[in-house]
Design a binder for this molecule. Structure first.
Ligand code: GSH
Length: 272
């Protein structure tokens, strides 16, 4: 008998937790977006402790008696062995989604050959690198984000440099996806997976968060047309609207992110 219990701490409004949330929905590990937000899964060995961000408080968890380890970022996963009493933690969203694939292989979201798996890892690594460029762009563009990340003097040069690197990273990523057969793969980014796979949920989460919270489209522009067409396709998934167009989707703490910009942006808006 399997004695392991897996617990996921998910900030349900967050950027990186979305990777896991999309994966759970695609794999049927949660029955619906509503069940996911209530923390209900379809697997006895899998538990979700969902959190929302509350002004002046921080993350408020559905089960406040079982909090993630101090210093961890979100998402975070714990595997607890009921027999030995040993708990082990996984701290990075990329590792968490790969681990969940191993634990729950039904409805595969990764390829099953070594070379395609390596191609998938190229794509996942690239998204995480691009995410750093996005982060530095936001730090130098959105005052509230910059303040949280320790940027006291937002710089136009730093923001434009980050944006240029973000775009060139995405163009390279897109070319790799095309080389891997994006067009023959029902339009999905994960090699040899003819449904949204791990690469798809990873890019979509970051893109959705930036679009939703800051009203910035990182896939805008002629050079990224295949990726914006891919994103339009992803939004047709049956679970998308229930999750991504629900009431109260944007925490009040982040509510002004859509319009709040550092001073220099107002002068140079058309470049962004
Ligand atoms: N590289 C991490 C990033 C996770 C991350 O930065 N999560 C944010 C929420 S979206 C967070 O926990 N921020 C609070 C903190 O850094 O302490 C991953 O992929 O899981």
């Amino acid at each position: 008998m399997d004695t392991q219990i897996h617990t996921l701490w998910l900030w349900t409004e967050g950027a990186f937790a979305r990777r896991v949330m999309y994966q759970l929905l695609i794999k049927g590990l949660v029955a619906s977006p509503e069940a996911l937000l209530r923390g209900e899964t379809t697997e006895k060995s899998l538990r979700i402790n969902p959190a929302i961000l509350e002004a002046g408080v921080g993350w408020v968890y559905g089960d406040p008696t079982d909090l993630p380890p101090p210093g961890s970022t979100n998402p975070c996963l714990r595997t607890a062995d009921a027999k030995t009493g040993v708990s082990k933690y996984v701290y990075e969203s990329t590792s968490i989604i790969l681990y969940l694939e191993t634990l729950f292989p039904a409805v595969p979201m990764q390829p099953d050959t070594a070379i395609e798996w390596a191609h998938m890892m190229d794509l996942l690594g690239k998204i995480n690198l691009v995410a750093m460029d996005t982060n530095y762009f936001l730090r130098n563009t959105i005052p509230e984000h910059g303040a949280v990340m320790g940027v006291t003097e937002p710089s136009r040069a730093a923001a434009l440099n980050a944006r240029a690197n973000e775009t060139s990273g995405l163009v390279k990523f897109q070319q790799w996806a095309l080389d891997n057969g994006l067009q023959e793969n029902d339009g999905w980014l994960t090699p040899c997976v003819n449904r949204p796979g791990l690469v798809d949920v990873t890019l979509a989460s970051n893109h959705r968060f930036v679009e939703l919270m800051y009203n910035i489209d990182m896939l805008a522009g002629e050079a990224l047309r295949p990726l914006s067409a891919w994103y339009a396709r992803l939004k047709l998934q049956p679970w998308w609207d229930g999750l991504e167009n629900r009431d109260g989707l944007v925490p009040t703490v982040l509510a002004n992110g859509k319009t709040s910009r550092v001073a220099w942006v107002k002068e140079w808006d058309e470049q962004l």
